[in-house]
Write a protein that binds this ligand. Structure first.
Ligand SMILES: [Fe+2]
Ligand SMILES: [Fe+2]
Length: 275
């Protein structure tokens, strides 16, 4: 059955177990949404309820982060493990973006809000597929190794708090991706793995936009509720994010994404604005 509303589409993606099937459906729904927008016959949002946790494949086995074997990027096996971890993050991100669409659909937002997250979900789906292609070219696949359990924790913790979700998911977790991706690109570049380098460069360029969408809509809601963005961000991250933010920060890309230094430095281990 073809979903009739955007929240139906979101729930269909969230309820799909297999990774490649999930991303194919995600991309098809994104294409349907944007084709309808371009034709001026917008798809209604509807009220479909997302599951508390998305469906996931039987493999990979999910382990406590402390029990996931350490990666040594100097070896092929280490690089496979690194790509596997990235694939896991991307699949989680597909679900996170569809989840924010469905979970908070009763809060009135401009249609551009949905455009941004549908586009992000489409890009995460592409990222997952690209990284899976790299893994398969290296003789592995998503599911071959254990992966972190608890990646959905941020979603569950903020299931009732729209601004908390925007603060923690795009503005903390995805911003962290901007900090660490250049180092990963270097690892694959040194190893001469050009397909992985190309995939990660696409991811790096597109992730800036996901962080920027988070910042844009967070500031929008602060304006709607007459809240100070910086102190509200600090309060929400302290409430929902467990632990300090880890420098070094990619200040340039964070700035490009609309996140100024006084948003993250006070939440870091150092705890004060530096440099
Ligand atoms: Fe991504
Ligand atoms: Fe992202």
């Amino acid at each position: 059955m073809t979903p009739q509303t955007l929240t139906d589409m979101a729930v269909a993606v969230l309820s799909t177990h297999d990774g490649r099937t999930k991303t194919a459906l995600s991309r098809a729904h994104a294409a349907t949404w944007f084709a309808a927008r371009a034709a001026g016959r917008d798809i209604p949002l509807g009220h479909a309820q997302p599951p508390l946790r998305p469906a996931r494949p039987a493999q990979p086995v999910l382990l406590d982060p402390r029990d996931v074997p350490r990666r040594r990027p100097g070896s092929v096996q280490g690089r496979i493990a690194l790509l596997h971890a990235v694939a896991h993050i991307e699949l989680n991100a597909v679900d996170l973006h569809w989840d924010i669409i469905a979970r908070f659909a009763d809060i009135p937002m401009p249609l551009g809000f949905y455009d941004d997250w549908v586009k992000s979900a489409d890009e995460e789906s592409k990222h997952f597929n690209m990284i899976c292609d790299c893994l398969e070219a290296m003789g592995s696949h998503y599911g071959a190794l254990p992966a972190h359990a608890g990646m959905w924790r941020a979603a569950e913790d903020t299931a009732q708090d729209f601004m908390g979700r925007l603060a923690v998911v795009p503005m903390v977790l995805e911003a962290r991706g901007l900090d660490v991706t250049p180092g990963m690109i270097e690892v694959f570049d040194r190893a001469g793995e050009s397909a992985a380098v190309a995939a990660m460069q696409v991811i790096y360029a597109e992730e800036v936009h996901h962080v920027a969408y988070g910042s844009k809509w967070f500031h929008f809601l602060c304006g709607r509720h007459d809240l100070d963005p910086k102190t509200t961000f600090h309060d929400l991250v302290r409430r929902y994010f467990h632990g300090a933010l880890k420098p070094p920060f990619n200040e340039e890309k964070r700035a490009e994404a609309g996140i100024p230094p006084d948003f993250y430095w006070p939440l870091s281990e150092a705890g004060s604005i530096q440099g």
